[in-house]
Design a protein around this ligand. Structure first.
Ligand SMILES: [Zn+2]
Length: 273
């Protein structure tokens, strides 16, 4: 099989004067949608970075489905990969550390040790094929701490040929949401960090068919920084009986697009450093 047959690459160039590494762009950045020969060709072409989103399957108030963090992970990973350049997207880890949501029916939660084992196995698998840089992007608040704690172990598992990075700035992520919502609507104070105006608006972009508008509501409106410790200790239901941190009212597609864009930029900048 010739190189040309082995890959199904579009002829597009990555911008004027794009370097050899990015001279060709795979049709899809998603490993799952590529054939193995296409992955091989992309790696040989210098697409040696891979982005892995770490999401959740957990309650998101009365108005949003359990998949919010997983589907945002899919989108954020792709947005970050496009911005980084030379980067593919691994399958999103769709269940994360959600112990603090377990009072709500349907939530699934991994032990930290389970999530770490999964992340290590992702890294080892990806490194064996020649990926040189693995970027973890948590799309669920409960995964930031565990990812930060396991980062040294992940790095040791694939060093020195492959480098592992993770975005772990939870408060920075929340601040980007607040800024984006404030800019578009002046309702930045409604961002609380979970099933709020930001997250609900993102769902209007990602899966509008799954938003239950009649159940959109206000939740716990105390600042995240003041309740975050108690929430992880006692469970989210202790601070927000309806499962919402912040206020979901006022959601809009425009807010959702701005939130996705702003967080993708923030994460990309952090991973570049
Ligand atoms: Zn969420």
């Amino acid at each position: 099989m010739s190189d040309c047959e082995a890959r199904r690459l579009v002829g597009a160039t990555a911008g004027e004067g794009g370097d050899a590494m990015s001279a060709t762009i795979p049709d899809s950045l998603r490993l799952e949608e590529m054939t193995s020969p296409e992955v091989r060709a992309a790696l040989d072409d210098g697409w040696t970075t891979v982005v892995v989103a770490v999401g959740a399957t957990e309650q998101h108030g009365p108005h949003l489905p359990l998949l919010v963090d997983a589907v945002r992970g899919d989108r954020l990973a792709e947005e970050v990969a496009r911005r980084l350049g030379g980067a593919l997207v691994a399958p999103t880890i769709r269940v994360g550390c959600s112990e603090h949501h377990m009072a709500f029916a349907g939530t699934l939660s991994l032990r930290r040790s389970t999530l770490e084992a999964i992340c290590i196995d992702y890294c080892v698998s990806l490194a064996r094929h020649g990926f040189e840089r693995i970027c973890f992007v948590p799309s669920h608040g409960g995964n930031f701490g565990p990812l930060a704690d396991m980062l040294d172990d992940l790095r040791r598992a694939v060093a020195p040929k492959c480098h592992v990075a993770a975005f772990t700035d939870l408060m920075g992520f929340a601040a980007a949401w607040t800024e984006a919502v404030e800019e578009v609507s002046g309702l930045g104070a409604r961002v609380g960090g979970h099933a709020d105006i930001a997250e609900s608006s993102e769902m209007l972009v990602l899966r509008p068919d799954l938003v239950r508008h009649e159940w959109v509501a206000e939740g716990c409106t105390e600042p995240l920084a003041e309740i975050v410790e108690r929430m992880f200790r006692e469970g989210l239901h202790a601070v927000a009986p309806n499962g919402i941190l912040g206020d979901a009212r006022g959601l809009s597609e425009e807010i959702g697009r701005r939130c996705l864009e702003r967080t993708a930029e923030l994460i990309t900048e952090a991973l570049r450093e």
